[in-house]
Ligand binder design. Sequence first.
Ligand code: NAI
Ligand code: MG
Length: 486
Amino acid sequence: MTIDDLTRLDSTRIFVNGAWVAPSGGEALPVEDPSTGRIIGRIGRGGLADVDAAVEAAAAALEGEWGRLTATERGRILMRMSALVTARAEDLAMIETLDVGKPLNQSRRDSVALARYLEFYAGAADKLTGTTIPYQEGFTAYTLREPHGVCGIIIPWNYPMQILGRAVAAALAAGNAVVLKPAEDASLSSLVFASIAAEAGLPAGALNVVTGLGAEVGAALAGHRGVQHLSFTGSVATGMRIQEAAARNVVPVTLELGGKSPHIVFDDADLDLAMPVLVGACMQNAGQTCSAASRVLVQRGVYEEVRRRMAEIYRGLVVGPACDSHDLGPIVSRRQRQSVQGFIDLGRRELTLAAEGTLHPEAPPEGHYVLPTLFSEVPPDHALAREEIFGPVQVLMAFEDEAEALRLANGTDYGLVAGVWTRDGARQLRMARKLHSGQVFINNYGAGGGVELPFGGVGRSGHGREKGFEALYGFTRVKTVTVHHG
Ligand code: NAI
Ligand code: MG
């Protein structure tokens, strides 16, 4: 079966105003399977004219059929999209596995999450309300929650379905129109999503998908005068560019920029429960996860035991082709693989290697594989303890007491997610308050994704909140109306 059979699309086309059109420049970009290094398809290389057309179509949709729908009707369309995603969940998972190199059992979870985001925001659409405000005698004051208008959504390649789900479903539920720019390394699932939206009856122009390069389509969308809100997930460097572009047009922006998330283990932790989570919270998607728990901070009394048990798990981890659902698949691209391998090589020169995993003998040599690698006794100022690696690499550090745990945990520029393992209830509450982080998980990590749980960063991890009901506030603006009736 080819990738075109799976997508049932001509993936060199882009989706603008409800129609599949060739990008204005007529060029295409290759689609690579990172498990084999083979080119398995092509996507369109959109340009300025395509972004203009998509923004214009989105603006027209707000003035037309889409803008006239009630919140309940918008919710019903999203619910139909959810059902269609569920019906095509297996195709979508396979597409993602071939395009991104994500083990199939993990891609399946992404299809389920996409359907769930659509379902959650479908139900939320008609529950988003303004307030009435007690005010002076003779006045009635209230607020209206209105959509921003045209939302530019730029997503990365690591969880395309989950990230487009959380952003696009919330934006549409709130009544915005969307121009979506997927990552050049992983655009196919966004195109299939557009076809599902059309099949579900989403009016033309409410969702447009323009594929292409970040420096071309991404930059054009971020700087476009017709866009009223930007939402971006990706690197800090690109996030800064997006915020600069947003500043020039004075539009709000939501940034989710990854992190260097700490996983903290106290002496009194239930280690049997914690051990698989300590490793899994970073190895998922081969460490290419914004919320990866890449730093493991362990109290001195259990440090040796945690190091030994983590090393044992690492030695059992197998890396191999994504279709075979090994523990880890490849890294998404040659460039990203080089970057991750560079960190591993640096660690091997300067740090203590605690353990590594193994490469499956049948992994094709042209695939972008790296071995999961654990370093111990890592000094907190080392590059591997401070920089986002975005690969299957964890650093272990010991701490003496709660104060030192907090100092280490809060000691990077990031703050997206933190995990804490302790049976001490008072300490759980203290840590939750004092960690500089958008999310804190106690005696778990990630809680299985949590469509319902607001998510976002502090510091260089970004700002604004996605997921949960909270995201709907970010995709709307408040208008205050005051009526003097005497
Ligand atoms: P990136 O931030 O450059 O790419 C993310 C998205 O932004 C893609 O759709 C890309 O086409 C677009 N983009 C790139 N340049 C742009 C520009 N000038 N204007 C507008 N859009 C632009 O990330 P990249 O290069 O793929 O990965 C590099 C590093 O970024 C990773 O090693 C990782 O540390 C971090 N990253 C973080 C993610 C997260 O979930 N927070 C996701 C992906 C990458
Ligand atoms: Mg690819």
